[in-house]
Design a protein around this ligand. Structure first.
Ligand code: X8Z
Ligand code: ZN
Length: 597
């Protein structure tokens, strides 16, 4: 890294020579940014390579290599961000000013300047992610189970006892993380403070082209918009679960036990669709069974996803994507199975890493991941510091937008379904979607409501778990099936906490993808109800989407949103429009029944 150090020294010398009065010039600022970008691109490349190996082959050694590479990159960002302060108050070309601003905001984890502390932080971060990746529930006297197996049980089992057992079991992996997490919060905050933020939470909230408090208020506003829809779904599902599991297990008016919703974290509920399906309005097909029956392979599932993007006018993925991606869980080594999309060299080396199971859920996740890759390639022509999405919610929303176009009519077109159900089955289709998209909303919000308070110190370590369940109850209306204590560390059983991935992005994406879908469906000339619109094969919609993706982060996100949708506001009316017929139906089902908890 000495080589890069000398590049910066050169920049400093230039700066001093070029400005007689000691005040730097705009030209020096531009040179500084360009050199910073070249240095960071190289460091990011090394860090990505090391992290890829660590995530796809977890060992003592790969953990150390990844931690070291990450630490180097973070140290460089901090150093450059601090140097960039000398251009403060200078009249600068807009793009240079924005790149300088983004430099400081580019990390989710800021390292303290003390190299010992920086290294310790990097090691904790990598260790926690690896611990999650290796995590297994080993029942007494039984065989150990990994998350993939537990996920299948949560999706398929209807035995309350069995569900409870694996629900508790998975959370045993997180208990040992608690101590690391406490130290992690301390060190991460130290790094954030050195960059001028109050704490890591404030650093995260500062990434949205508006003051951090205004952003928090924006989230509350969006949540209030969608809350009535969530309450209606919650009340209906609770009643159906009560019919299935009995009043001893599911209360009439209280929160729903978190282990009965078909998912390890109760974040998406589509797996319990058969328990809540409307009589007479069932769509009559199930994508999981179709994929299994046809023996579709993981690779073929990814091909379906790629073909959708290509139908919009995107170039096919490079050959290296197919050679270097990981699609199935290897048997002979530990990997981080949580799905992710990679952009190793910030140019063409795109990959996904995913332990694909042949299910409708993973079919959707594949589209989600490919959305990241196509976004990454679209903005790869931008200057390095603009190679990101308009805001992080946009990155998470692109693939999901495409997955909203996976309609029955689309499945017929690609030969996976013989006949699309008629309009009398719409409630079934909408309910199945709502179990994913509406159920997810409060979950998407609460993870960072918890973390922001943890980072600010409002939630101290002695209250980590209690505060977690208070928020789960407040937003989602779910409760743990058994008593939890401060021995437990339930947030650590959700990937993004040990991996330190901010989560508000998914809440935003849940709102944004419906805005994108509505705008693109209109651009494609779709006149029918939104949930029957697919933009498959529509070049006009593709053009609009690509134009926005190519902007990367070069402009504040309201401009990118406007380019695609004509509106500058994040706005929940699109998701409400989409589910309007379902809302009306749910309200009817809930008449005379308790709503809320
Ligand atoms: O983490 C993800 C993606 C990778 S960015 C698979 N998601 C969130 C989650 O799994 O918790 C997608 C939906 C929400
Ligand atoms: Zn994602």
């Amino acid at each position: 890294m000495r080589a890069f150090g000398s590049a910066v020294t050169t920049a400093l010398v230039f700066a001093l020579l070029g400005s007689c009065a000691g005040r730097p010039t705009p030209e020096e600022a531009r040179r500084f940014v360009e050199q910073a970008e070249a240095r960071l691109k190289e460091l990011a490349y090394e860090a990505e390579l090391a992290s890829w190996v660590q995530a796809t082959y977890i060992t003592h050694d790969t953990e150390i290599l990844a931690a070291k590479a990450q630490a180097k990159m973070r140290a460089a960002v901090a150093e450059l961000a601090k140097e960039a302060v000398r251009f403060d108050g200078l009249e600068l070309p807009e793009d240079v000013a924005r790149r300088l601003k983004l430099l400081k905001l580019s990390l989710s984890l800021a390292a303290p300047s003390d190299p010992k502390e920086a290294e310790e932080l990097a090691q904790i971060a990598t260790r926690m992610e690896s611990a999650y990746g290796k995590g297994k529930y080993c029942p007494e006297g039984g065989r150990c189970m990994d998350l993939e197996e537990i996920t299948r049980i949560m999706a398929e089992s209807r035995s309350e006892r069995r569900l409870r057992d694996v629900w508790i079991g998975w959370r045993t992996i997180a208990r040992p993380m608690r101590k690391d997490y406490v130290r992690f919060v301390e060190l991460a905050n130290k790094g954030a403070r050195e960059l001028g933020f109050a704490d890591t939470g404030e650093m995260w909230r500062s990434k949205y082209d508006m003051p951090p408090d205004a952003f928090a208020a924006e989230l509350d506003r969006l949540w209030e918009q969608v809350r009535p829809l969530y309450l209606a779904l919650h009340a209906y599902v609770r009643r159906k679960l009560r019919e299935k599991y009995g009043p001893e297990i599911v209360p009439a008016r209280g929160p729903i036990p978190a282990h009965l919703l078909g998912n390890v974290w109760a974040q998406e509920w589509a797996n319990i669709y058969p328990l809540v399906a409307p009589r007479n309005a069932d769509p009559g097909y199930d994508l999981t069974s179709i994929l299994k029956r046809r023996h579709v392979t993981p690779r073929q599932m990814v091909r379906y996803g790629e073909r959708f993007f290509v139908s919009l006018g995107f170039d096919p993925l490079p050959e290296t994507f197919w050679e270097r991606s990981l699609f199935t869980k290897p048997r002979d080594r530990e990997v981080v199975c949580h799905a992710s999309a990679w952009d190793i060299d910030a140019e063409q080396d795109l990959r996904i890493k995913m332990c694909i199971d042949i299910t409708a859920e993973d079919f959707t996740t594949i589209h989600h991941e490919l959305g990241h890759n196509f976004y990454q390639r679209a903005y790869s022509k931008q200057p390095f510091l603009f190679r990101d999405s308009a805001n992080d919610g946009f990155h998470e929303a692109v693939g999901d937008t495409i997955a909203l176009s996976v309609t029955p009519e689309y499945l017929v077109k690609i030969g996976l379904l013989d006949r699309a159900p008629d309009a009398s089955k719409d409630i079934g289709l909408l309910l199945r979607r709502a179990l994913d998209k509406v159920a997810f909303l409060p979950f998407g919000l609460l993870i960072d409501q918890w973390r922001w308070k943890v980072f600010s110190g409002e939630i101290p370590p002695e209250r980590y778990n209690q505060a977690w369940w208070e928020l789960r109850r407040k937003y989602q209306g779910v409760a743990p099936p058994v008593e939890r204590t401060e021995e437990d560390f339930d947030p650590g059983a959700k990937y993004h906490v040990p991996a330190n991935v901010p989560y508000t992005r998914y809440f935003l994406a849940d709102i944004l993808q419906f805005q994108f879908h509505r705008a693109l469906a209109r651009a494609a000339g779709c006149k029918g109800p939104l949930h029957r619109c697919s933009i498959f094969n529509n070049k006009e919609a593709g053009k609009r989407l690509i134009a926005m993706l190519e902007m990367g982060q070069s402009r504040p996100w309201p401009e990118a949103l406007e380019a695609l949708t004509g509106s500058r506001e994040m706005d929940a009316t699109a998701i409400l429009d989409y589910f309007a017929p379902l809302k009306e139906w749910l309200d009817k089902q809930n008449e005379g029944q308790p709503v809320g908890w």
